[in-house]
Design a protein around this ligand. Sequence first.
Ligand code: BES
Ligand code: MN
Ligand code: ZN
Length: 497
Amino acid sequence: MKNTARQISPATHKTECHVVGIYEGGKLTSGAKLIDDLTGGNIKKIIKRGDISGKPNQVLMLHDLNGITAARVLLLGCGKAGQISDKQYHSAIQTMVNTLKNFDIRDAVCYLAELELKEKRDHTWKIQQGSMVATHCLYQYSHTKSDKPKPAKLGKLTWYVENKNQLRKSSQAATTGEAIANGMALTRELGNLPGNVCTPSYLGSQAKKLGSRFKMKVSVLGQKEIEKLKMGSFLSVAKGSRQPPRLIVIEHKGAKPTDKPVVLVGKGITFDSGGISIKPGAAMDEMKFDMCGAATVLGTLQAVGELKLPINIVGVIPSCENLPDGQANKPGDVVTSMSGQTIEILNTDAEGRLILCDALTYSEKFKPKAIIDIATLTGACIVALGNDTMGVLGNDQKLIDKLLSAGEQSYDRGWQLPMFDEYQDQLKSNFADMANIGSRGAGTITAACFLSRFTKKMKWAHLDIAGVAWESGHHKGATGRPVPMLVNYLLNESGKR
Ligand code: BES
Ligand code: MN
Ligand code: ZN
């Protein structure tokens, strides 16, 4: 869906529908007031009649008002003026899009960026979040369904701008929000695809496609090339599967070649059975989502390409399956990573760190100004933080702070966990330089401690997205997080804001 920001007059502007908010108690928002004035007090009259009070997410579709060109006006309850939380703002946008969808509307003008929220959010924020949430709502999974759901007709959403001075920034915000949602849609689609479709090779071909669309350099390395790089840890996970592994490298060159890149490393386990340390059966299907870190890297790069960000970025994705097999890793096996450090595999289900460590070592060659890995790494992260907040760890506080605030900006939030030296002791092994699991407690932290041994030379942050990358239950599906946090971080880094 195309999102734009414009200053229009409902008296003359051609659209199928205007969407205006009503505050609780029947108070008009500025958009509602604009239309009320043009229609000779029609909206006030309807509110008086009691058909809508302004409670959150109430809707009332009005038809054929005199004084405006559009045939429809959608009144939307928004809650108390000045008391609307960010989340309620999002849900107002969702209600709008769902209603427009039900009415088969193709084109609408939205006045909701004028709402007075509880947090003092500026117009630009409201338009960026609004266009992101609205576009996000239109995603539907259909790839492996015979009964394809009809795609929504809504193709154009215009964000009303009252003040001409805000026009340029508002248009940019509309475009940014849309690009983030488009990136999230790619991340969601790849996450949702079943493991027998979305294999490591499939991720490789998707990366190639992205590369040719946005003129990014893409290399997809196979078994032989990965062997040449001596990625013994990564390869040890891959060898339990019939699917060949892939190491995917994507380069977005938006700035001078001498500018150091931000490197994004995404965990690409296209199915995680646990291997020989096999997982219990319940909800094991959800381990097809274990490549959501990889999908986040691809989604983020798509948004970056769409926005043509003037910054250098490299995406690095190690991808394979984790399956039990005669050739699979066994507990007690010792492997040698690309860094030369040896690892005792005490649990084959702690495979994410085994593929990431080699990807991190490989990434040193790009001399990153910052390196961020994104991984559905530990169930412990869900225990610690639940499904709303991702875990953030790393060795550079400035980088961590930037990520946390980028997440705050886009309602894609993280929380930092400590990496005190004491936790490192849990990784001691009698037979190798380190073990791949800790002894007890703090599973998210010890996983990050493991990775920290491969990032000593870089400014590094780690996002544990195990709790936020997908939803379970009735709404099972990938969420597209943390694309918003990362794109906002990269926007800030590129100085484009
Ligand atoms: N992909 C899982 C982590 C995971 C589990 C994410 C459940 C989301 C939901 C990861 O590979 C894993 O299995 N981690 C183990 C580590 C343990 C063996 C130290 C875990 O969390 O149980
Ligand atoms: Mn695992
Ligand atoms: Zn895993």
